[in-house]
Design a protein around this ligand. Structure first.
Ligand SMILES: Cc1cc2nc3c(=O)[nH]c(=O)nc-3n(C[C@H](O)[C@H](O)[C@H](O)COP(=O)(O)O)c2cc1C
Length: 256
């Protein structure tokens, strides 16, 4: 209380209030989310996550990566989908536009979010790591957030290695996999990328593949994850140990 010597009650009350606000600002935890999303699945999950985080009064800044050359979803044909899968298997980089300078500020936590592409992090995320990895992540605590059809492990281990190479401290990931069982989710994702609509009522596959991507329940689950994460960060709890028994949120299916 820096106004405690002032005689007027009004000043004293104002001073106390200001002090509380000042203390709250000091105590506020700040989270940066950097994400890429090709077909809106990561973005939908992050919308839920951020709602949850903001309930626990953390400050969130969300930077969405934009590729220099536009990447269109769906890819549009079977041959182009095969080609993209081959290229991304070889870790093709997709250059991204410059990120907001605020990303280079000090953050209590950085969430690096995006889809799995052919067992790897997506090309835009790889490109960001090549260009800005050290400046963004050195000395920072980073939580990988993954949206995938179901095969995330190689992606996670590769991303963790790259982040550690930049000097980051990587904590246990949060992973969401598509809830539709195999083999339908693999067939469904491929057809969807190729420009078909396998989930349409008129399609024979609709019976086995009612929806592309994540379910509404998973977005709700992501909101809960956000709230829990925010509460832990505000309480100053270490993220060294995983917050959840399993990192995978598959919406009822078995975890991989
Ligand atoms: C080129 C490409 C390759 C993919 N490879 C994988 C993969 O290896 N494993 C997996 O589980 N999902 C894979 N997927 C599916 C995406 O990870 C999944 O649909 C994710 O939810 C998409 O998130 P987004 O809409 O935020 O981009 C691939 C998608 C694309 C476009």
């Amino acid at each position: 209380m820096y106004n405690c010597g002032i005689l007027s009650d009004r000043f004293f009350v104002n001073g106390t209030l200001e002090s509380i606000l000042w203390f709250m600002t000091l105590n506020k935890k700040r989270i940066l989310i950097i994400s890429y999303s090709f077909s809106s699945q990561t973005r939908n999950l992050l919308n839920g996550l951020i709602e949850g985080l903001e309930k626990s009064a953390v400050e969130v800044f969300w930077e969405q990566l934009t590729p220099v050359s536009e990447l269109r979803f769906p890819i549009g044909s079977i041959s182009a989908t095969f080609l993209m899968m081959m290229q991304t298997f070889l870790r093709k980089r997709y250059p991204v536009q410059a990120v907001n300078p605020r990303c280079f500020d000090q953050w209590d936590l950085i969430i690096l979010a995006g889809p799995t592409w052919s067992y790897n992090p997506s090309g835009p995320v790889l490109s960001l790591l090549d260009r800005d990895g050290k400046r963004l992540f050195e000395g920072k605590v980073v939580l990988p957030f993954i949206s995938c059809r179901g095969y995330w492990r190689v992606h996670y281990f590769g991303l963790r290695r790259l982040l550690r190479g930049c000097g980051a401290k990587v904590v246990a990931p949060v992973v969401f996999s598509h809830p539709t069982p195999e083999p339908w989710r693999t067939i469904g994702v491929f057809l969807k990328l190729a420009g078909k609509v396998p989930e349409a009522g008129s399609s024979w596959i609709h019976r086995f593949y009612p929806k592309y991507g994540h379910s509404r329940e998973q977005v709700e689950d992501s909101r809960k994850v956000g709230f829990e994460l925010g509460e832990n960060i505000m309480a100053g709890n270490s993220l060294d140990r995983p917050l959840f028994a399993t990192p995978v949120r598959s919406g009822g299916e078995e975890d991989l």
